[in-house]
Design a protein. Structure first.
Length: 95
């Protein structure tokens, strides 16, 4: 029986997820373990209401850079929200 295992990475854009994953894949392959990256996009079905709450409470702020607007989530302001969002992301990914 073939065992399928996965490692799930989540994080904000630019935090280094891809770099860590690339190194991890290289290390696995050096050790004779097949590995591949599967990129999944959240549908944010469960996460979206919490992100809306973050926006109205000030945990999420909007920043304009040139002609683009970015949302910055300051989850460090609430450990509970940070905990909830990471698990909701996981649920949104697979359901």
């Amino acid at each position: 029986m073939k065992h399928i295992r996965f490692i799930y990475f989540t994080g904000v854009d630019g935090c280094g997820k891809s770099s860590v994953i690339d190194e991890l894949i290289k290390e696995y392959e050096r050790n004779g373990i097949k590995a591949r990256r599967v990129w999944l996009r959240f549908n944010y079905f469960f996460t979206k209401p919490v992100l809306f709450l973050c926006r109205i409470t000030g945990i999420t702020r909007r920043v304009k850079k040139g002609d683009k607007i970015f949302s910055i989530h300051d989850f460090h302001k609430s450990g509970l929200i940070a905990f909830i969002v990471q698990y909701l992301h996981l649920i949104d990914t697979f359901f």
